[in-house]
Design a protein around this ligand. Sequence first.
Ligand SMILES: NC(=O)C1=CN([C@@H]2O[C@H](COP(=O)(O)OP(=O)(O)OC[C@H]3O[C@@H](n4cnc5c(N)ncnc54)[C@H](OP(=O)(O)O)[C@@H]3O)[C@@H](O)[C@H]2O)C=CC1
Ligand SMILES: O=C1Nc2ccccc2C1=O
Length: 314
Amino acid sequence: MTQAPVELSPKFATKSGRPLSIGVGTGTKVKDLKRADASNSESIIQTLKLALDSGFFHVDTAECYTTHPEVAEALKRSSKKREDLFVVTKYIPPGNVFFEQKSTGAHNFVDLALEELGTDYLDAVLLHHPFFKPDIKPDLETAWKDLIEAKKLGKVRHIGVSNFRVEDLKTISKISAIETDNDASYQPAINQIEFHPYLQEQSPGIVKYCQENNILVEAYGPLTPLFRVKEEEKDHPLTGLLPELSAKYDRTPAQILLRYTLQKGILPITTSSKEERIRQSLEVFDFSIDQADVDKIDSVGSTYKLRTFFIGLF
Ligand SMILES: NC(=O)C1=CN([C@@H]2O[C@H](COP(=O)(O)OP(=O)(O)OC[C@H]3O[C@@H](n4cnc5c(N)ncnc54)[C@H](OP(=O)(O)O)[C@@H]3O)[C@@H](O)[C@H]2O)C=CC1
Ligand SMILES: O=C1Nc2ccccc2C1=O
């Protein structure tokens, strides 16, 4: 299946020139984000290998997932050439409670990631969130300057962020302009945020700001309405509309949500341990949802709110 992105951002492609498309994540399959509990290491490798063999070539990982070794192993076992892949990882600001952090800053995170992932370049490195603690070094400015430097050195092709608000983007945008004499290629290129019909704005105005400023929005949690709504609230607003659209377009509800995300100009990052679902999540490029139905998902979705990650920080 050709993965033609719906006019997202032409500046993103694998080194071999394949336009960037839907990503497969490795974060939400790690138990409590604790390496010591990585008893499911082999299953993460198998899931990712399955996704790569099925046609995914955009891989999302992060320092705090502790999945670099699994990603490296899956890349090794797959038959894909490095230049045909788009590998993204994320630097987590220090002071997190999840795991023992090996890196001491974004500069040596990049080196560690290159080593752990067994590659000599990364397609993108993102700052995982903007919630740096004021009393712990490095601060946001230092971390962003480190990424600028890593790009200058050719270790990283694109630099970006995740969970950033408009004000955070403006802060680093100014740093980029000063540090690089206004070279636009050092502006934040990606913002990976939670996005789905029940959280259309992770923070005020974020999608519009990114899209107006040439920042690719990536959606994590795009399937949230299908499985993260609490049991006692099973009668949520999309329970009627998704099956209706599923029947109309002859696609699964998950495919409707992924296609909806793409048509919002947002690139989904998804995952599944099931072969059938992995395959289905790639079959979203040969149909489109009528604009009236996209609008309907927007309006029905906006009557209910569900945030799963970074609760209380926005
Ligand atoms: N930057 C950040 O702060 C964050 C980034 N991420 C990244 O995004 C990636 C994807 O995030 P995630 O929230 O898991 O993405 P999704 O919303 O796509 O959810 C994926 C989950 O949906 C389930 N699923 C797949 N298809 C269906 C279906 N048809 N019906 C019901 N359930 C289904 C899968 O379970 P099953 O295996 O049973 O199919 C899987 O666990 C992460 O792995 C991570 O890399 C995630 C969170 C935060
Ligand atoms: O995938 C993820 N799971 C998480 C749980 C807590 C905080 C961040 C994340 C991720 O990025």
